[in-house]
Design a protein around this ligand. Structure first.
Ligand code: HEM
Length: 551
């Protein structure tokens, strides 16, 4: 305080205003000096100091705005998000150096995001897979991430659990109305996927579907409770919803930490309380996950040696490189030989939930929309389902059915081509200077792969504007172009959940259309979606009616 009062003795208010104006002018001059002196100037919208181009698009409309910039400026353009320059690449030859190598030694594009000091305080820095910039740690975690969700046992478990949860979903749909149910379909894909992802990551039962059902049932049945749950059951439902709610807030908190520097977060009055509430939320999520890990460790210790262990990600992480290892993949490289510690398991589980939940739920919802929009596609789909399930139309789907559901897979892929859930992915050339689009780019340039533009390019696809799942029903020799199908990204940082996500999406679509007829309430209404890190459909109103399989 003494320093401040001395400061006031020396300066008049007008001096402080003048000084502020000079500082602002200096900041603006420096910003535009850097802008006009930038290397490889590209076409793109003109940025403003501090905010860059952020004033040009509305919240949740960034994805569509990028589509417009691509139409306006072509396949190589730049934008500024705040003071951060991003280079958008929209052709296969330009992304080639980003995806053509799958090893740390050979790839020059090893990072998704640069190292940010802001995230040290957040506590996830240098951990996990998605945001991990520490390449040694990333390699170790990604290896065990992939191992845990690609083992045969795990994938079979996923199919079994999808069947089981689908029965739970059907019991909700059937109870709500025998005449059929009118509902926003995204409502169900989200709650279904939340319960599924919780089970496959932690082995725990989720209650999101039940909670949604209770909410829906009360709305349509004069506030009656479905089954008069007891308090302990209500408590379980609440705990599950709180966990998912906290995880959602945590993700929003992540962007907040990236955006605001430590000084602003910790010393500006309103920001201080927001920072505290995000960190409290982080602690709740991390402590909750830690408790789940410790309880599972104890269960494993108490399980007799000869008795097989349940196959979920958590069990796989805990037992990796121990005498109880459940994986059928054996490690030989020295760096993969140690067991995982709780800190690593915690972040990996959290990332499996966050990276897997909305991507799967939204991919399925988009697929349902397109199937309903194209009656001839629905008819072909029905035909395939009738062929595969002619022995018993109400039996569970089994693992071997999956290879026969070729048209279902082709439809999911075609939907992901025309309306990808993940339409933009980030890359940094941390491995050195690279040549892209005829320019030489210094290390740590931020690139963004414009998946949507590549998916709709006539240089890559025949008649890209046509919705045609048949393009994915091709023989192995013809599949070359599919290497450039970017539903799950490509190269070193490609999606480790791809196999599991495809299996689960196929099971869900097959069970839904085998057992129900789904119609859009208004087929002429445009598909509604917004962009927040990924594309998210909403208000997808459909009528769900039980279907007579043989009709
Ligand atoms: C239909 C569902 C899914 C879609 C469309 C999808 C798509 C993607 C895409 C496009 C990427 C970026 C790849 C790149 O940069 O080249 C990605 C990364 C990732 N995905 Fe998925 N994903 C899905 C499901 C899942 C699931 C189920 C999991 C885990 C349980 C998962 C975990 C991850 C992780 C950890 C990364 C980061 C990989 C890295 O940085 O090394 N995803 N995903």
């Amino acid at each position: 305080m003494a320093i401040l009062s001395n400061f006031q003795n020396y300066f008049e208010t007008s001096d402080i205003i003048n000084l502020s104006i000079i500082l602002i002018i200096l900041y603006i001059s420096r910003f535009y000096y850097n802008y006009f002196a930038r290397n490889n100037p590209l076409p793109g919208p003109f940025p403003l100091p501090l905010i860059g181009n952020a004033h040009l698009f509305k919240r949740n409309e960034y994805g569509d705005w990028i589509v417009k910039q691509h139409q306006k400026y072509g396949s190589l353009f730049e934008t500024y998000i705040f003071s951060h320059r991003i280079i958008y690449v929209s052709t296969l030859d330009m992304i080639e150096p980003m995806i053509n190598s799958s090893t740390l030694k050979t790839s020059k594009f090893r990072l998704r995001y640069e190292k940010l000091d802001n995230l040290e305080e957040f506590g996830t820095s240098g951990k996990g897979v998605v945001f991990n910039y520490d390449l040694k740690s990333w390699k170790y975690n990604k290896q065990f991430f992939i191992q845990s969700i690609t083992s045969h046992g795990f994938l079979r478990e996923t199919v079994k659990e999808t069947n089981k949860l689908f029965k739970e979903l059907e019991s909700c749909w059937n109870l709500i109305g025998k005449e059929g149910l009118t509902s926003d379909f995204t409502y169900w894909t989200h709650s279904f996927t939340s319960d599924l992802i919780l089970f496959i990551t932690t082995g725990r039962k989720g209650y999101c579907m039940e909670a949604k059902f209770n909410e829906y049932y009360k709305k349509f049945h004069q506030n009656l409770d479905k089954n008069g749950n007891d308090d302990s059951h209500e408590e379980k439902i609440k705990k599950c919803l709180d966990l998912f709610h906290d995880i959602e807030s945590l993700l929003a908190g992540y962007s907040y930490f990236v955006m605001f520097p430590s000084f602003v977060r910790n010393y500006f009055p309103i920001m201080k309380s927001k920072t505290k509430s995000i960190l409290d939320c982080r602690d709740r999520v991390f402590n909750g996950i830690l408790q789940i890990i410790n309880e599972r460790r104890e269960e494993i210790e108490q399980t007799p040696l000869g008795q097989p262990l349940r196959n979920d990600m958590l069990t796989s992480f805990i037992t990796a490189n121990t005498s109880r290892d459940i994986s059928d993949i054996r490690q030989v490289e020295e760096e993969f030989m140690r067991p995982m510690i709780n800190d690593e398991i915690q972040v990996n589980l959290l990332e499996a939930i966050t990276a897997g939940l909305d991507t799967m739920a939204n991919t399925i919802a988009f697929t349902v929309y397109y199937i309903c929009q194209y009656p001839e596609v629905k008819k072909r789909l029905y035909q395939e389902l009738e062929d595969v399930f002619k022995d018993n139309p109400s039996r569970d789907i089994n693992y071997d059915d999956l290879s026969n559901l070729k048209y279902v897979e082709a439809v999911i892929k075609e939907v992901a081509r025309v309306r990808p859930t993940v339409s933009l992915v980030d890359r940094f050339n941390d491995g050195g200077t690279v040549q892209i689009g005829g320019y030489s780019w210094p290390p740590f340039t931020h690139f963004n792969i414009n998946i949507l533009a590549i998916n709709n390019s006539s240089k890559v696809w025949d008649e890209p504007d046509k919705f045609n799942p048949d393009r994915f029903l091709v023989s192995n020799e013809e599949q070359q172009f599919q290497n450039h199908f970017l539903m799950f990204g490509a190269g070193l940082r490609s999606c480790p959940g791809r196999k599991m996500a495809m299996i689960k999406s196929k099971c869900f679509i097959a069970l839904t259309f085998r057992n129900y007829d789904i119609e859009l309430i208004d087929r002429n209404a445009p598909l509604k979606y917004f962009y927040s890190t990924i594309n998210r459909p909403y208000d997808l109103f459909v009528k769900i009616v039980p279907r007579n399989f043989n009709k």
